[in-house]
Design a protein around this ligand. Structure first.
Ligand code: F0G
Length: 457
């Protein structure tokens, strides 16, 4: 059969409250045109993030009931640890309340002033943890990874020559090498198994551990199976094992590819470092057999890790985003190509060329998506990155809007509805005005800044 169906039935539903365009216009005005300020009840299709928004399965909810809340040595921890080690064969698995907690512990231990950490592209929270420790984060993704229109099967790959040169020059300062799979900040693009292996070789030749940020490891493994020579037909779980077996540690947000609503972990092979990480964990998260989690969360993750590598799920997952991407391109709405694993990234600057970057085309597009269809998406552009340390304003490298797809939550007709919303926007795009900022906080302004449409200035 050609139709790829959602490989699940729905037993429990959450109603979506319908709103009118007029209502949404009023709500958006009250939120000062910042969609983070909306109540999620007022959103029809919420594509703000794929993090923590997954629908858990009946088996996961059963596992929640089995959860054992003992302070120490809970069987839930042992099930969680076994499920992680089954796919990621590291010696030590340290639970945390989410991904950034694992990053904070790691870089508290190996970061610090004068240190430099190379990666394909650090996600914001990773960069934040590195910089908070006084170290520097360096992004060395291949050139194609920075060009939205470049077609390359593994746009998340790290530039191996640049990594080699970096370690020759700054080897002393680098406590590790990192890889983010898939590369979220670069459009959800995968890293090939060959690139992971070559990165491990280079790191190990320089005496450095390779740490993988594995948030979307199953999507990455699926792309390897689809696109890499010699990998087709393989079991995704085996590919995942191959990805992690050459690494020395990982950070993870279970809110992505573990189908959990909360959770994460830090895994390490180095006994001494793991010991220090557990000490830090006790101070900041909790006892080493629960981290920042309840026993029931650990059991939900253990079951989620079984389900996330199922081929029928991954085929449906990746195809949903590819389908939206294809339809947007057919509407002449430019996107980052090829479509990423967890999201479609729309090039708002390309779609709305009449809005200059300093009038925030990405913010204008997320507001238009909400007003037109009640769809909530996230601006990743000049509103997020435009403010310079000296207080001036500069266009970001790109003005993107991320449509991040929650896992197992929306159906084909929801995808078609999002496409129809875009069709209406494209047809009337000249009427979409740029935005200005009326108030902003000193840092991380995109979460709370207030905007106004330029015509209303
Ligand atoms: N690494 C990557 C690649 C991520 O995408 C995220 C979170 C984290 C680490 C941090 O994990 O949220 O559990 O602390 N990304 C979310 C997103 C927030 O919307 O892309 P966390």
């Amino acid at each position: 059969m050609k139709t790829i169906i959602e490989p699940f039935r729905i037993k429990s539903v959450e109603p979506i409250r319908m709103t009118t365009r007029q209502e949404r216009r009023r709500l958006m005005q009250a939120a000062h045109y910042n969609l983070f300020a909306l109540h999620s009840d007022d959103v029809l299709i919420d594509l703000l993030t794929d993090s923590g928004t997954s629908a858990m399965s009946a088996a996961q909810w059963s596992a929640v009931m089995r959860g054992d809340e003992s302070y120490a040595g809970s069987p839930s921890f042992l099930r969680f640890e076994a499920a992680v080690k089954n796919l990621m064969p590291f010696r030590h698995v340290i639970p945390t309340h989410q991904g950034r907690a694992a990053e904070a512990i790691l870089f508290h231990l190996i970061g610090g002033p004068g240190r430099m950490i190379p990666s394909n592209t650090h996600f914001d929270t990773t960069r934040g943890a590195i910089e908070a420790s006084g170290a520097q984060a360096h992004d060395l993704v291949i050139a194609e990874g920075k060009d939205p229109a470049a077609l390359h099967p593994f746009k998340g790959n790290i530039d191996l020559a640049a990594l080699e040169a970096f370690l020759e020059r700054h080897g002393e300062a680098a406590p590790c090498v990192m890889l983010t799979v898939t590369n979220n900040a670069g459009g959800g693009q995968p890293v090939s198994l060959a690139n992971i292996r070559a990165t491990a070789d280079i790191a190990h030749r320089h005496g450095k551990p390779l740490i993988i940020d594995g948030c979307r490891f199953a999507e990455n493994a699926w792309f390897i199976r689809q696109r890499e020579d010699g990998q087709s037909g393989r079991d995704v779980a085996d590919i995942a094992r191959d990805m992690f077996s050459v690494a020395d540690g990982m950070t993870m947000s279970a809110k992505k590819d573990a189908f959990a609503n909360i959770g994460g972990w830090l895994a390490l092979n180095d006994d001494g470092l793991a010991e220090k990480a557990r000490m830090r964990l006790i101070l900041t998260e909790g006892f080493p057999t629960y981290g920042g989690l309840a026993g029931r969360d650990l059991d939900a993750i253990a079951q989620g890790l079984v389900e996330i590598v199922e081929h029928d799920y991954l085929a449906y997952r990746i195809r949903t985003n590819e389908y939206i991407g294809e339809r947007l391109l057919a509407l002449d709405a430019p996107i980052v190509q090829p479509t990423g694993g967890h999201a479609v990234f729309v090039d708002a600057r390309g779609l709305l060329p009449h809005i200059p970057p300093l009038a925030y085309p990405g913010q204008a597009l997320v507001c238009a998506l909400y007003e037109t269809g009640g769809v909530r998406a996230c601006e990743i552009g000049t509103a997020m990155f435009g403010r310079q340390p000296d207080g001036t304003e500069k266009p970001a490298a790109m003005d993107l809007v991320r449509l991040a797809m929650p896992r197992r939550v929306y159906t084909q007709s929801h995808a078609d509805y999002v496409i129809e919303t875009f069709a209406e926007i494209v047809a009337n795009k000249r009427q979409i005005a740029g935005m200005r900022i009326t108030w902003e906080p000193p840092a991380l302004r995109h979460f709370t800044a207030r905007f106004a449409p330029l015509e209303a200035a």
